[in-house]
Design a protein around this ligand. Structure first.
Ligand code: SAM
Ligand code: SF4
Length: 330
């Protein structure tokens, strides 16, 4: 039996989020500036072979849940073929995808075929104009169509909405009503400062305001028991098909049970969303290190996972939190 990867607090780390590109076909203003960011060159990205080697090493350490994210993962050539290979890697128990849903429609049968365990789709508005104002692109209909087709394909689907005053306030209750009428999980996320310096971060919709707003519109809602390692507090009601939840991503109320590792498109290991990278995996993948040496380096870095996002932020050696979420993976 492999020795389960754990940190010095005894937390089991069994979930890795791989951002396979920093590029994206949308320009959500809370994530990156409208002119984009300085995208990394192809040879700076971890290759699919390097990613597969890493997934295998992690799988051998009990990191059995893999999420593919980005940027927009489907803009990277070969992403589908890569995802098809992941479930065959030893140690992988489930594969998940986070996407903006604008490019997924033609791939849904293949995603179902490869055994995708779930999909998280980012959707911040249910109105074309507001969708455009946030993403600077068109595409709402393609996202809505994808949401329906994922359900038809039997792939559990969560919708994630970043809530921003003045941009999508009126969509909060409309999105929640979707979860009342359909078997969907809708999660409202506090905005974080990871926006590539596209604008000043000011949080209005914090988790308390969001909860009060939901209860004012849907007094029938009741808190559900929190699932282990979950970042969201979920709510539902007897006559609801689905559920709604709140992710206190900026208030960071959930760090105590965090089980996640992140790997950026350039191969930087992050043990917390708020750290600035703790191990350059690309360097050790490319300098001839053995799998055993890479495993040891990961174990040492993971052991020092900070207690919470506040400690991680304090430990940063570079600039303040302002990088684009597309370079981290969300
Ligand atoms: N492009 C894909 C998507 O949009 O789902 C995957 C990458 S995106 C960076 C992952 C998640 O990060 C999305 O749910 C997005 O809404 C969220 N995100 C990006 N910037 C954020 C910010 N500043 N605050 C909170 N969430 C953010
Ligand atoms: Fe692209 Fe996702 Fe960032 Fe929007 S949130 S710009 S879809 S990476």
């Amino acid at each position: 039996m492999p020795e389960q990867l754990r940190d010095n607090y005894g937390r089991k780390l069994d979930y890795v989020r791989l951002a396979i590109t920093d590029r994206c076909n949308l320009r959500c203003f809370y994530c990156m500036p409208s002119c984009g960011i300085k995208f990394v060159e192809r040879d700076e990205l971890l290759s699919y072979e390097e990613l597969e080697r890493l997934i295998g090493i992690l799988g051998g350490m009990g990191v059995h849940k893999v999420r593919i994210t980005g940027g927009e993962p489907l803009v990277r050539r070969g992403a589908m073929e890569f995802m098809e290979r992941i479930p065959k890697i030893s140690g992988v128990q489930s594969l998940h995808l986070t996407t903006n849903g604008t490019l997924t429609l033609p791939h849904i049968p293949r995603l179902a075929q490869l055994g995708l365990a779930s999909v998280n789709i980012s959707l911040d508005a249910l109105d074309e104009d507001r969708f455009f104002k946030i993403t600077k692109r068109k595409g709402l209909q393609a996202v809505l169509e994808s949401v329906s087709r994922f359900a038809d394909a039997g792939i559990p689907t969560k919708l994630n909405m970043v809530v921003m005053a003045g941009y999508n306030d009126e969509d909060i209750s409309a999105m929640a009503a979707l979860a009342r009428d359909r078997d969907l999980e809708i999660r409202f996320i506090e905005e974080m400062p990871f926006n590539g310096k596209s604008h000043e971060h000011q949080l209005y919709w914090d988790h308390r305001k969001l909860r009060d707003h939901l209860f004012a519109h849907f007094p029938e809602l009741r808190a559900k028991d929190r699932e282990a390692n979950s970042t969201s507090q979920m709510y539902s009601a007897p006559k609801w098909q689905g559920s709604v939840g709140i992710i206190a991503a900026f208030s960071r109320t959930f760090c105590g049970t965090c089980n996640r590792l992140r790997i950026t498109p350039t191969g930087m290991l992050k043990t917390c969303l708020y750290d600035d990278g703790v191990l350059d995996l690309r360097e050790i993948l490319r300098n001839g290190s053995s799998d055993a040496q890479i495993e040891q380096a990961i174990r040492t870095a993971a052991a020092h996972k900070p207690k919470d996002g506040f400690e991680a932020e304090l430990n940063r050696t570079s600039h303040a939190v302002s990088e684009s979420m597309a370079t981290i993976g969300g």
